[in-house]
Design a protein. Structure first.
Length: 649
């Protein structure tokens, strides 16, 4: 019997990868192109079911071996090679150490197929695409595929297969609609329904034809025909071109659709197209589209690192963008013909060896500095020094992992939106403490826990990024609901001590020294909200006074300035933001007066103010004077014996 290729399936692959390329390179023109990934998931489900059906008469062990060996041998070598080459280019052609910090973590996740694991509900795939600083952002879909592969054979062998398939589909679809959108996008269980559409499509196709018989093709896309004339499903044939065209219009339409609607629609339409299509369907089987489908795996893996480079270093150059797109296609063609076709023909043992070597190479590249340090240590070289490159890299890594680094591990019991209660405290201790504010609250969280755990029976932390508890700032994340939740928590908890730990954003706005505080609208809002909270505070409210902040676009240049021997005072002036600083401090002073003995200021001013240059310095050549830091807080926090507290600088 003659082997032949399902050109129509490859045509769908071609459309899917073109949609993804359009979305990544020209998101304003093709805002719905992300739906191409949904089509890939349906195709994967179809082909997985085909492969499992072919081997279902073998023993369960044989089925698992055949399935996993074919799927992993198809994916692993090229996947790990692209990661390896991306890392090499990262270290040689992406000199920004901040970018390296981001990518090292992402590469580690990509190597073991957990790129789709979100760390917080603040992570957003589309924001990551817009930033384009992560060379491995696109590997999330491969992680979803591999994770589904791990469970697919077991789903296939469930009793009452047809009923089970529909039950799993509906359960996963419900999960997709009920999860927060960011989590639903990445979560494999919220994506299973798309693979199930593909598997159900294959099962339905068997009711109409016995055409699909798996050949020895490693790509599971070559079948043997039995009765070609019976393959055409007559009742679908007349509307198939319309369905295909509608599918194309949705994906490439220049106006964005709601994903909650377009994703189920495209998934279902893709299943219908696969079910009703033929090998030689004229819209899907043209040579260009089929070849695009052939190179789609290489193209998907290769295009994003190239695009990231353009985004970082040539974003305004449209001609360079076109060149990057063309380069992605040409490199993918070379990789497909030279590497992908070659390793597909290797036996399982050689593919396994090749994959292991590439994984080891990736791990060695990622851990090269640790290995180098270890070698120095074993050779007796104990003269370790920290270079400016080390400082830049570590600062970049800290900035990249900012949210994770600020997390208070003991604060695990959610009590309200963005409020959590700390575990491990003795209920016999005397005080209840509540910390409120923006991200600076998290800055202090671990410190408070360590120093006060023997005094507290309860410690609740409320950290609302970029939002201030006494007034709505201009930040888009801040809502009246956030202020209301803070008020509710203070009223419910009735803390002994309330700490207002906030980086000023709007507290210093529109300050006029000639205007009385009675006529100061900003201050009156602050004071009215503070009064509401004070009614429920048993002992005292501490207010962290305003200090100048840093300019985000300048602080990343700090090491560069030092490397260039820039005068330290000039650096102070470049990176410190004095905007609204004095107005915020004036309002805090008035707040303290109006509040009376029930309030007290905590002020870090003297830690950062340089008397000789009359500038603020947020970096130090010499070690910070810890005794000075402690003395500032000893008086303010004496009632809680928090003499050990220091600030994060």
């Amino acid at each position: 019997m003659t082997k032949f290729k399902r050109f129509d399936l490859q045509g769908i692959r071609g459309l899917a990868i073109l949609a993804v390329l359009g979305f990544h390179f020209f998101p304003d023109i093709f805002p719905n192109g992300f739906l191409g990934v949904d089509q890939f998931f349906v195709l994967s489900g179809f082909l997985m079911c085909m492969l499992l059906t072919k081997s279902k008469n073998d023993s369960k062990f044989q089925v698992l071996f055949i399935f996993y060996s074919r799927r992993f041998r198809r994916i692993l070598p090229l996947y790990q090679l692209v990661i390896f080459i991306s890392l090499i280019f990262l270290y040689f052609y992406f000199p920004d150490k901040t970018i390296q910090g981001i990518n090292e973590s992402s590469a580690q996740n990509a190597i073991i197929f957990i790129s789709n694991q979100m760390k917080s509900d603040e992570e957003n795939y589309f924001e990551k695409l817009a930033n384009s600083v992560d060379l491995f952002t696109h590997t999330w879909s491969l992680s979803v595929e591999i994770q589904f592969y791990l469970i697919a054979p077991f789903l296939f062998f469930m009793p009452f297969r047809n009923v089970s398939f529909y039950a799993i589909l509906l359960s996963s679809l419900w999960y997709f609609f009920t999860l927060p959108k960011n989590f639903a996008f990445f979560n494999v269980f919220a994506r299973i329904w798309q693979f199930m559409i593909g598997m159900i499509t294959y099962n339905l196709s068997q009711k109409y034809s016995n055409k699909y018989q798996l050949s020895n093709s490693e790509d599971c896309e070559k079948q043997e025909p039995e009765k070609e004339k019976n393959y055409q499903i007559e009742k679908w044939s007349w509307i198939l071109p319309s369905i295909i065209l509608f599918n194309i219009i949705v994906i490439f339409f220049p106006i964005p659709f709601t994903a909650q609607i377009s994703r189920p629609l495209i998934t279902l339409l893709t299943g219908i197209v696969i079910l009703s299509s033929t090998r030689d369907q004229y819209l899907l089987s043209n040579k260009t589209l089929v070849y695009t489908g052939d190179i789609s795996y290489s193209l998907y893996l290769i295009h994003w690192p190239i695009y990231s480079y353009w985004k970082l270093y040539g974003e305004q150059n449209e001609l360079l963008l076109i060149c990057c797109l063309v380069a992605s296609i040409l490199i993918s063609i070379l990789v497909y013909n030279i590497f992908e076709k070659w390793y597909i023909k290797l036996d399982n043992s050689r593919v396994l060896l090749l994959s292991i070597l590439l994984i080891v190479a990736n791990l060695l590249v990622l851990n090269r500095e640790s290995i180098s340090d270890h070698l120095k240590f074993t050779q007796g070289d104990d003269k370790f020094s920290i270079s400016l490159d080390d400082v830049e890299k570590q600062n970049g890594e800290w900035d990249t992992n900012d949210i994770k680094n600020l997390a208070v591990k003991t604060c695990s019991q959610a009590v309200a939106k963005k409020y959590c209660n700390n575990t491990g405290l003795d209920p016999q201790n005397p005080y209840k403490i509540l910390l409120i504010g923006n991200s600076w609250t998290k800055n202090h969280g671990n410190l408070f826990y360590q120093e006060c755990k023997n005094k507290m029976n309860t410690m609740v932390i409320g950290s609302n990024t970029a939002c201030e508890p006494f007034r709505l700032s201009r930040e888009w994340k801040c809502k009246q609901e956030d202020i209301d939740i803070t008020e509710q928590q203070v009223q419910k908890m009735k803390p002994d001590y309330l700490f207002h730990l906030t980086r000023h954003i709007s507290y210093g706005e529109n300050f006029n020294e000639s205007l009385s505080f009675e006529n100061d609208e900003v201050y009156q809002k602050m004071w009215n909200q503070a009064k509401k909270l004070l009614k429920f505070v048993k002992k005292k409210m501490y207010l962290l006074n305003a200090i100048p902040t840093v300019k985000n676009n300048e602080i990343v240049k700090l090491v560069q300035y030092i490397r260039n021997n820039t005068d330290r005072v000039e650096i102070d002036k470049k990176i410190i933001d004095l905007t609204n600083y004095s107005g915020a401090r004036a309002r805090y002073s008035q707040l303290l007066k109006d509040c009376g003995e029930k309030c007290e200021l905590i002020d870090y001013h003297d830690l950062f103010y340089q008397k000789d240059s009359k500038t603020f310095r947020h970096f130090y050549q010499q070690p910070v004077n810890i005794d000075q830091q402690l003395s500032i807080l000893r008086h303010s926090l004496e009632s809680l014996t928090l003499a050990g507290l220091i600030t994060f600088c």
